[in-house]
Ligand binder design. Sequence first.
Ligand code: SF4
Ligand code: SF4
Length: 409
Amino acid sequence: MEGKKIAGITKEILDKCVRCGSCRQVCPVFNVTHEEPSVARGKIFLANLINEGKAELDREAAHFFNLCTTCLRCAEICPVMVDYESIIISARALAVEKFGLPAEKKVAVKLFSNRKFLEALGKFASPLTKLITKKSRSPQNRLLPLEVPKLGKVLLPQLQSRPFNEKDRWYPAKGKEKGKLLFFTGCMFNNFYTKTAENVVKVLNALGYSVFVPREQFCCGAPAFFSGDLKTFEKMKEKNLEGLSSAEVDAVVTACATCGHVLKREYGELPFEKFELVELLFENLEEISKWKYPGKLKVTWHHPCHIVRGQKIPRHYPIDVLKVLRNVEFVEMPESDNCCGMGGSFKLSHPQISREIQLKKAKNADSTGAEVVLTECPGCVMNIAEGLERVGSKAVSLHIADILADSVE
Ligand code: SF4
Ligand code: SF4
């Protein structure tokens, strides 16, 4: 049987897997399905068969390669450090080449890669969505008025009528300037969580950074990249690199785990460093220890997959920040680094499995008695907010910048 091979994935890469099965213990998808093709070992076995010409990448195989949140828990536990992320992206790329994007992924990729369309939709639909949806306990989010069979409550982030990066803007540092940063906002902050984007800027300014928010920035390309639509991803990357390469700043900062991971993994060398917000917060612990949240607050933390495993940022960074913030009590949730179930478009393609993973996360967060579940990724903020609604928790889901902005001196 001679079919097309998965490009860039050599026998050496695939043969690294010793089939030990450790990845079965940590895979959130396998935890729900208990089926071998859900887990890294099964997918690597399948990739090997395809590349050896013993099987074809047919629609069923494509389905199995999509059955993954790309949380990278398998890659982290793997004793031989199999490059699972490259294998899954390349396998998905071959699936897209053969069959095109599945419908739900096509919608996500088209929506986020077309800035004009997303902004026009915001202008037109934003007032309408406020009319037909209900407020969620977690701010900047809305709930559909009716529950959806088998899913329950459905939450959507509030689409804004004006994007955050409407035009080029400089926000000057408070006091002596430590450096100039370009804030790579990403689509979720530009079009949905604009209040959080303001809060990120406020926090960075208070820490002594001047912040530049350029108009000419686009979706980082993550929805296309993780779906295997590498042509669209390359186009998005090229568009962004034009603006990024000529910016006169000391560093670029993101406050979205996935944007940060994609920028660091796929954008190559830039004329300046790339930071995730939490890295800059950790560098400024002393300054943050002077800040005080207005009123006592008990919080817990969800580690986004693309921060702790994608970017390998130490888990203690955000915890140390929360521990020095006055009036804030930090309490750790069980399995704080397990995936929230979002996985980009995984939530759309596998709503039931995603829901099971999400409910586990929400129950773990709720068990701490925290009033706020914090994280540093707008996708996780949204999915956890929905999970908290579904389990009837009183807690709300926020981005770390939201409580820091309220605490700034
Ligand atoms: S943990 Fe690594 S070596 Fe073990 S089965 Fe999974 S991918 Fe293969
Ligand atoms: S990336 Fe996550 S969901 Fe995908 S196979 Fe690995 S552990 Fe499972």
